[in-house]
Design a protein around this ligand. Structure first.
Ligand code: FES
Length: 269
């Protein structure tokens, strides 16, 4: 499939379809970090890309989109929140079980010109930021992470990350500072030229974009969307941009801040 990408990344070109074995499973509260032996996917995956995944033979057969948390050699890590039937089955997958995956999909974060980064994540949206941090660290690029969670249970997700400069806040103050992700990001701060990379629920992304604009920072947001096909066929995942409606699964999930249309009401904030 040829796909238009807003800033030059070729998408889906290297995607494969296969079944891969779970070789490690770690629990962080209700969240699961699954490690799969998936050399074909791991070899070509870029930070910010995702896979469509399902448990073969399970009652819920539709594949669900999961961000690639990280890659280590020929292994792929996926951080799973049991939200609905499909993700609950995926999160329960044990060692030696097999998952059906299509991927890697989407465009990923364009990190080539990044010289300093602030990674801002909220909830399960933090998932792809480990891969971004790993890629930046490999190039010697300084990166700070500010993660916001609802409460102590959700903050257990932070245990799935290995980022040296990681700050955590919760809405109820039960872990870290009592703050939202964007309030934490503002407190951590970012110097001129810092690129903001963010992923999380839509209201959080809008707040991060507004803060970054006020601070004179550019950045990229990885959007969450309901996805049926994950490959551009159904148009069920479109998002309004300054260049019209684009598909999150193919032209995204990562979009430059200035490409995203301003949500109603944000202009006044
Ligand atoms: Fe079908 Fe994006 S999920 S086009």
């Amino acid at each position: 499939m040829s796909a238009r990408a807003p800033y030059g990344e070729e998408t889906c070109a290297a995607a494969t379809n296969g079944r891969y074995r779970v070789v490690e499973r770690r629990s962080f509260g209700r969240y699961a970090l699954l490690t799969l032996l998936a050399p074909g996917v791991a070899a070509v995956a870029r930070p910010g890309q995702f896979v469509m995944a399902a448990v073969p033979g399970a009652a819920f057969h539709l594949r669900r989109p999961l961000s690639i948390h990280s890659v280590q050699g020929d292994r792929l890590r996926l951080l799973v929140e049991p939200r609905g039937e499909g993700t609950t089955e995926l999160a329960a997958a044990g060692v030696a079980e097999t998952l059906a995956l299509a991927g890697p999909l989407g465009n990923g974060f364009p990190l080539g010109d990044v010289t300093e980064a602030l990674l801002v994540g909220g909830g399960i949206g933090v998932a792809p930021l480990q891969a971004a941090a790993d890629a930046l660290r490999a190039r010697g690029v300084p990166a700070t992470a500010a993660f916001g969670f609802r409460d102590a249970e959700q903050a257990r997700l932070a245990g799935a990350f290995e980022i040296a400069d990681l700050w955590v806040a919760t809405d109820d103050g039960s872990v870290g500072r009592r703050a939202t992700a964007v309030e934490l990001a503002a407190r951590v701060g970012a110097g001129p030229g810092t690129t903001v990379l963010t992923c999380g629920p839509a209201p959080m992304l809008a707040a991060v974009r507004a803060w970054a604009a006020a601070a004179g920072l550019s950045g990229f947001a990885s959007l969450e969307a309901h996805m049926a096909c994950g490959t551009g066929a159904c148009h069920g995942c479109v998002v309004a941009t300054t260049e019209g409606y684009l598909r999150v699964c193919v032209e995204g999930p990562v979009f430059p801040f200035d490409l995203l249309a301003v949500p109603a009401g944000e202009e006044a904030s």
